[in-house]
Every structure is written in C-alpha cells, then in structure tokens.
Design a protein around this ligand. Sequence first.
Ligand code: MN
Length: 214
Amino acid sequence: MPAHYPFALPPLPYPYDAFVHDIDRVTMQIHHDRFFAGYVDNLNRILAPWPQYHDWSLRSLLLRWSELPPEIQQPVRNSAGGVYNHEFYFMSMARPNTTQPDQKLQGAIDRSFGSMESCLQALRSTALSQFGSGYAWLSSDTGGNLHINKTANQDAPVPLYPLLNIDLWEHAYFLTYQNRRDTYIDHFLPLLNWNAASAQYAALLQNQPPYPCP
Ligand code: MN
C-alpha cells in the first residue's frame, strides 16, 4: 500500500479459499476485489482534484479529515476508513490456530486482560455489542498498552494503533452465516493472525510504523 495518494489495492495475501471452512470463497472474493477495491478507487477519485492532500497518509486523512474542504470531509472519512480498516482486516486472518503472539505481545495481553482467553472473550463481547455495521478492534497506544473497542461504519480507532480487527459488516459473513453474527465471530476468533499482530506491535514499540500496515 503506497503511503499516500494514489492508493492501491494490496493483493490478497492468501488464496480466496484459504479459510474456506470459516469464510467462504465467494465472500472472500467479493470482499477483497469489490468492497476493498471500491474504497481504494473512491478515495483516489475523491482526492484526485485536491493535490494539496496528495502527500497525506491514510492515518493523516483519518485523524485530520475535519481540516479538509467541507464537501469532501465525510466522503474522505468513509473511503479512507474503508481502505485503512480493510487493510487490517485481511491481515488479521491466518489458518486457524497456526499463529501466536510473540513474547512482548503476550506480555501486553497478560498485563491488559489477564490472559489470552480473557482477551478473546472481551473481543467477542465487544464485537457482539456493536449495533449495525462496524468493526471490533485490538489496538495499542504509543505506550504499548492494549485496548479493545468497536467503531461504527468505516470509522477507525485512531489515534490508537490497530493490531487487528473483525469486520462486522454483513458483507463479511452474510453468505455463509446469514443473520448469525455470533457464529461468524466464533469462527473468526481462531483465525486471528497473532504473528501479524506481533509484527505490528513490535514496529509500534520501536516507533517504526508503518509495518505491516499504515
Ligand atoms: Mn468489509
């Protein structure tokens, strides 16, 4: 993902059917190739006539959207959020139970939540409590303290630094799970990519974002 305009759709880092027991192939394909791609295209189209913002990063657009011209504030907020949030979402998945936090992230999980089990329970209940479209997030502040929260629509948890998220929009699960968001969440939690979250956390602690995400 380029650091600023023009943004580009990152390739899906695994096959469409990589997690087919939990996320069906058609959902994965439409989610990445149409929804994620659509947010990238929309953001570039909105920003094209405004060269003074072409060096703004995704995080800057999300943190400072209220400084933009009024007519593009909400469209940029929605589209930049759609790009930022989906970049984390597709990074947040790995084959079930194949990843684990490194020592530093595990230590932070223990400090913040007591245990991985409690962390997952908090993530699950936060995801279940989101009314309507949005995301559940595990994020870190610049002090390395972890936070679980939810955001509506395409809002991101900035100024916190995300480590991973769960997309709670119906397009993420409806084909397989229909209205059963709780079943989708239960299938998603074992997919969480703790290796990627650890890399993100390590980069943050070394004050070296963005890696692997903005
Ligand atoms: Mn989505």
